[in-house]
Design a protein around this ligand. Structure first.
Ligand SMILES: CC(C)(COP(=O)(O)OP(=O)(O)OC[C@H]1O[C@@H](n2cnc3c(N)ncnc32)[C@H](O)[C@@H]1OP(=O)(O)O)[C@@H](O)C(=O)NCCC(=O)NCCS
Length: 364
């Protein structure tokens, strides 16, 4: 057996064929059409396979993402398309491949690794834990918004420039090129809903579906709250059925508006996260605190524990997974009553939990 290793250029098609057979057997398109930025020749060095006798037995891909947020610029290694050939399961191949992806993420200065799965226990063995926050709203009923002059469209032939312009206004987003946005717009089974100003400017957009996933889910959106609410109202009328909008926790103004409608609200996790460069992330977080005028924030890793807090008001955690849930949520340190002083909580809440979010097109 060979690997984990990256496939050569000439093996690229063979790897895609393996993935299409295993993961997209019912689709008419290749998995590379769903993850156009992960499965490109330029990301070949981040694909990992184990092969035997020129046959691919196991695979995973890592896609580094740079996520800008108001306080911190994160680097996250998204891991996806983890699969082992049926006849070679239970031999540790996927575990080896994921460990190698974590090594790649570390070498490429990622702060964390993240993945999306329902095999929670499988990834817990490797140190991942459900963390971060996501709020989803099921739009149960039609709703009215204030009269407006917007024109709505379901035509998916929208200029990537227009989408990119609104996307850039998000307070938390990944660094994307126009070309990447163009590729994302071409993902099979993507529905694009847009709202346009009378002068022809894009006012809001909402993206539903992504290949075989996220049918009925709006996983990317952009625009001001009032324009988005008008677009969401249009979508509910158009679909004649409930649908779901996925939101980051920090989109508080939008969340408040959505709560006023007949919706079912669900609190979830962003994904399964594992720390890969704790010291680097801690340095970024400390810098963010200092920028807020807080110089006595403590976040340290000791041989068998993590220590964090403000000044002398400190708390100790032994599990790395608890630390992840403390930094990215959903653990609420206020409700735990672990700090003595109210001042400590107020200082910590300036930065924590971190405003961290990955939009749907970036999930792999
Ligand atoms: C999940 C999958 C990738 C595991 O691959 P693998 O090469 O067999 O994994 P490994 O041999 O490294 O690990 C197997 C171990 O994980 C455990 N495991 C496997 N599937 C599991 C699951 N669904 N939940 C919990 N543990 C699981 C096994 O019990 C075994 O544990 P052990 O080592 O203590 O005996 C493989 O079953 C597969 O390809 N499934 C279909 C595609 C898929 O679901 N991919 C995940 C997408 S997120």
């Amino acid at each position: 057996m060979e690997g984990p290793r990256s496939p050569s250029e000439t093996e690229f098609t063979q790897v895609l064929n393996f993935l299409d057979k295993k993961l997209r057997s019912e689709s008419t398109w290749s998995i590379s059409a769903e993850y156009p930025t992960a499965f490109t020749a330029s990301n070949l060095h981040n694909m990992r396979i184990i092969s035997d006798d020129e046959k691919v037995l196991s695979h995973a891909v890592m896609k580094p993402l740079i996520i800008k947020s108001p306080h911190v610029i994160f680097k996250a290694g998204a891991i996806g398309s983890v699969v082992t050939d049926d006849d070679h399961r239970g031999q540790g191949l996927s575990t080896q491949i994921i460990q190698d992806c974590l090594k790649l993420a570390k070498e490429q200065s990622c702060d964390i690794a993240i993945l999306w799965t329902d095999l929670f226990d499988f990834y817990r063995r490797i140190g991942f834990e459900l963390a971060g926050s996501e709020i989803s709203f099921v739009i149960e009923d039609k709703f009215e918004v204030a009269p407006n002059q917007l024109r709505f469209s379901i035509d998916s032939r929208v200029s990537p420039d227009a989408i990119h312009r609104l996307y850039s206004n998000h307070s938390v987003n990944s660094v994307r090129t126009l070309d990447e946005t163009r590729k994302f717009l071409s993902i099979p089974l993507t529905k694009v809903y847009t709202a346009w100003e009378p002068n022809g400017q894009l006012a809001a957009y909402a993206i539903e579906g992504k290949g075989i996933d996220l049918d009925g889910y709006i996983h990317e959106w952009g625009g001001s709250v009032s324009k988005l609410m008008a677009l969401f109202s249009f979508i509910r009328n158009h679909k004649q059925n409930p649908y779901v909008i996925i939101c980051p926790n920090h989109a508080q103004n939008l969340i408040e508006e959505l709560k006023k409608q007949t919706v079912t609200m669900n609190q979830g996790f962003l994904g399964m996260i594992k720390l890969v460069n704790f010291d680097q992330l801690a340095a970024k977080i400390k810098r963010a605190f200092r920028a807020e005028g807080i110089s006595d924030f403590v976040l340290e890793k000791h041989p068998d524990c993590f220590v964090f807090g403000v000044g002398q008001d400190l708390y100790t955690l032994t599990k790395e997974t608890d630390m992840v849930r403390m930094l990215f949520g959903p653990i609420n340190f206020r409700s735990l009553g672990i700090f003595e002083k109210e001042e400590t909580l107020q200082k910590m809440e300036k930065i924590l939990p971190l405003d961290f979010w990955i939009w749907g097109w970036d999930s792999i």
